[in-house]
Design a protein around this ligand. Structure first.
Ligand SMILES: NC(=O)c1ccc[n+]([C@@H]2O[C@H](COP(=O)([O-])OP(=O)(O)OC[C@H]3O[C@@H](n4cnc5c(N)ncnc54)[C@H](O)[C@@H]3O)[C@@H](O)[C@H]2O)c1
Length: 290
């Protein structure tokens, strides 16, 4: 159901790779709500993915930009303002990638060149987007910028690897830049901490299937879907949330406030004996869990 919440607003949506992408659902909802926007992704993603198809559906253009390149971002803002006929009201940063995760490097044996890439792509790119936007004065007053995060920024999750550090930095950038951009131009900046979701990036996380199951059992409302995440992002882009800024907003069915649920405990009790052949809570020859 559409409410015209974004009627007259112009945006840039990063990170729609295919129909599973969270950014894809946000674009579809933003279109339904009356927004006009450009889509952006890397050249490789545009060639391998379906961004062009989404652009057609949303009657817009997809503009190539590597979000780690200031030059690409400058061009993206110039081209978007030209294509949309005015300054930007909302931005979705839906970008994440870890070469360490991709190559199966353990957190205690990180490749530091990979780590730099993880941080640059998944967190520093958010600073670059904001810095380029501010220097160009590309965002209208009361504009809204949202980046997607994960609870591993606050708590340790097996297998999330250096993406946890990237998300902690991402959330910090939202606060630090939120202060500057809010004070000067009333632009609000938030992160949405989303439930585990089966997307291309999500499927790279070790044990994502079990993580989804655990999240669902732990959360009183169950995991939040990509479509529900899109609904939440729309409210943050709308004028109904004008004084929300510098926040990390959990969109996770209640997961982040839980310690143990009955559903998770019941499952754990069932699996307790067979989960561990050796009975020890540490790696051994018979039972290696890393
Ligand atoms: N899937 C989950 O479980 C989950 C949970 C919480 C948060 N998130 C976050 O949501 C965001 C979107 O991920 P998704 O799950 O929709 O997966 P996805 O794979 O569909 O999206 C990730 C996007 O990042 C883009 N990207 C990678 N490197 C880039 C670069 N250098 N410049 C520009 N774009 C680049 C990819 O092309 C892709 O479109 C990410 O920040 C992710 O960490 C995902």
């Amino acid at each position: 159901m559409a409410y015209n919440l974004l009627k007259g607003k112009r945006g840039i949506i990063f990170g729609a790779l295919n129909s599973s992408s969270i950014a894809w659902k946000v674009a579809q909802r933003a279109y339904e709500e009356g927004a006009i926007f450009t889509l952006s992704n890397t050249g490789v993603a545009m060639r391998m993915g379906d961004t062009a198809q989404l652009a057609e559906e949303c009657k817009t253009v997809a503009i190539e930009a590597d979000a780690t390149s200031v030059k690409d971002l400058e061009n993206l803002f110039d081209e978007s303002i030209k294509a949309l006929g005015g300054k930007i009201d909302f931005i979705l940063h839906s970008i994440g990638m870890s070469p360490n995760v991709r190559k199966g490097r353990h957190y205690s044996d990180l490749d530091y060149n990979f780590l730099e890439k993880t941080l640059d792509i998944s967190a520093v790119s958010f600073h670059k987007v904001l810095q380029v936007a501010r220097k160009k004065d590309a965002i209208n007053p009361w504009g809204s910028v949202v980046a997607l995060s994960y609870v591993a920024a606050q708590r340790t999750f097996y297998g999330y690897n250096d993406m946890a550090d990237a998300k902690a930095l991402l959330e910090s950038i939202a606060r630090s830049f939120g202060y500057i951009y809010g004070r000067e131009r009333n632009v609000r900046i938030n992160t949405v901490s989303q439930s585990p979701t089966m997307t291309t990036a999500g499927s790279g996380v070790k044990g994502i299937g079990n993580l989804l199951d655990f999240g669902d059992r732990m959360s009183p409302l169950g995991n939040a879907t990509a479509e529900e995440c899109a609904d939440y992002c729309i409210t943050l882009f709308s004028d109904l949330t004008k004084k929300v800024t510098m926040q990390n907003l959990f969109h996770d069915g209640g997961f982040s406030s839980m310690g143990m649920s009955m559903r998770a405990l019941t499952q754990y009790e069932k699996g307790l004996d067979c989960n561990c052949e050796c009975g020890r809570d540490e790696p051994c020859d018979d039972h290696k869990y890393d």
